[in-house]
Design a protein around this ligand. Structure first.
Ligand SMILES: [Zn+2]
Length: 395
């Protein structure tokens, strides 16, 4: 590692399959990536890239490189601890599942979470700062997502935005549950550059409530959060109506209803808006922590949903980056060097990585890189990848 925690120059060669994260061109004709100080500078054939004098040289061993996965829906609290299941190290464990960025949908599991307006603003600002200063496993946790409550006024949103808050927690988890009320606060948030998401479906745990399709449409949040429920889904007809009537992001989560997950993804394809589909886990949750949740969701949508695997990987990377204004998630010069190296799991019936995913198997992760720095080698959580990349220098 070069001084100051920067990656210096990194060369990744001998890539067998390069997934771009971009639906328009999901597979790139390239075998080499060059990174300087955490940013991609070149993507191409080895002969066309400047590969001299790297600080780190990696032989991808003909495996697949994809953008690091983005979990669009998590509920972090502080550090690498979740009180929901009283578990330590869940973010680092999820990085071993290929996730390099997580987006908070609210720090709702904080014991004693404040619900008064000054308290909820203070918590959001503190969470944003804390995760900005501390990245478990190197994962970029975009946190500080306040749960809106009755009585908030526009100046509260202006104040949050000025303090660096960029996200709202799931609308509907607080006292604001009516469509008209949510719509006004979502509009205030949007006016001040704060992105919003809404809880969709039945209550998650005792104490939360139902948000039905009419409330989702009226509130008009930027993201239709867990459109397939978290856990309890609206009817398949209502889910498809949301895809059709709302222009907003269609977020599908692992901890939701699997049948309507597939229905939502297929509806988006039929409506010719696959760019609206983004993926998350909605973990930690009552169902636990799922370090492989995104990989499992990708395999589900590709196998049972019959969607080409290279497109489903875009749902979990480039789509999310574009819809949420992030600099990761795509493999192109100027983007963050956040990568997951994968190969078909050992003894998968699939002949290639993409084939194995389409058959319903999850891939083996061989390495994860964030900002050009190697964060893990062979994953401790996925089934073993058939082939794994090798760091040639430093040896
Ligand atoms: Zn929810």
């Amino acid at each position: 590692m070069a001084a100051g925690g920067k990656s210096g120059k990194v060369v990744i060669r001998n890539i067998g399959l390069l997934l771009s994260g971009d639906l328009e061109r999901p597979i790139l004709e390239a075998d080499t990536i060059v990174v300087v100080d955490g940013i991609i500078t070149q993507v191409g054939k080895a002969a066309d890239c400047d590969t001299d004098q790297s600080v780190t040289l990696i032989d991808a061993k003909q495996t697949c490189v994809a953008p690091g996965l983005i979990d669009s829906h998590v509920h972090p609290v502080f550090g690498d601890w979740t009180p929901r299941q009283n578990q330590l190290g869940w973010i680092d464990s999820t990085m071993n599942g290929g996730v390099t960025t997580m987006i908070s949908a609210g720090e709702v599991h904080l014991p004693g979470r404040p619900k008064d307006i000054v308290g909820l603003k203070a918590l959001a600002i503190t969470a944003q700062r804390a995760f900005d200063n501390f990245r478990p496993g190197g994962v970029k946790v975009l946190a500080g997502a306040p749960v809106i409550e009755k009585g908030m006024v526009e100046s509260d949103f202006a104040e949050l935005a000025a303090a660096g808050v960029r996200l709202l927690g799931e609308v509907g988890l607080g006292s604001v549950k009516a469509g008209y009320e949510a719509q006004q606060m979502v509009a205030w948030a949007r006016r001040h550059g704060i992105q919003s998401t809404i809880h969709t479906g039945g209550p998650s745990i005792p104490g939360s409530g139902l948000i039905d399709k009419d409330v989702v449409l009226e509130a008009d949040a930027d993201v239709i959060g867990h459109i397939n429920g978290g856990h309890t889904s609206l009817s398949e007809r209502d889910v498809c109506t949301l895809c059709e009537k709302s222009p907003r992001a269609i977020e599908i989560v692992h901890n939701g209803n699997e049948k309507t997950a597939i229905a939502a993804a297929q509806a988006a394809l039929q409506l010719k808006c696959p760019h609206r589909v983004i993926l998350g886990t909605d973990g930690p949750a009552g169902s636990g922590v799922q370090p492989l949740g995104l990989l499992r969701l990708i395999a589900l949508l590709s196998s049972l949903g019959k969607i080409p695997a290279e497109l489903v990987f875009c749902f979990a990377t480039g789509n999310t980056a574009k819809l949420r204004g992030l600099n990761c998630g795509l493999i192109e010069p100027g983007r963050d060097a956040d990568f997951v190296f994968m190969d078909r799991a050992q003894h998968s019936a699939g002949r290639t990585l993409l084939d194995s995913v389409q058959l319903g198997d999850i891939p083996g992760v061989g390495m994860v890189m964030i900002d050009g720095l190697v964060r893990c080698g062979r994953s401790r959580n996925t089934p073993p990848a058939t082939e794994v990349p090798v760091v040639l220098t430093p040896a």
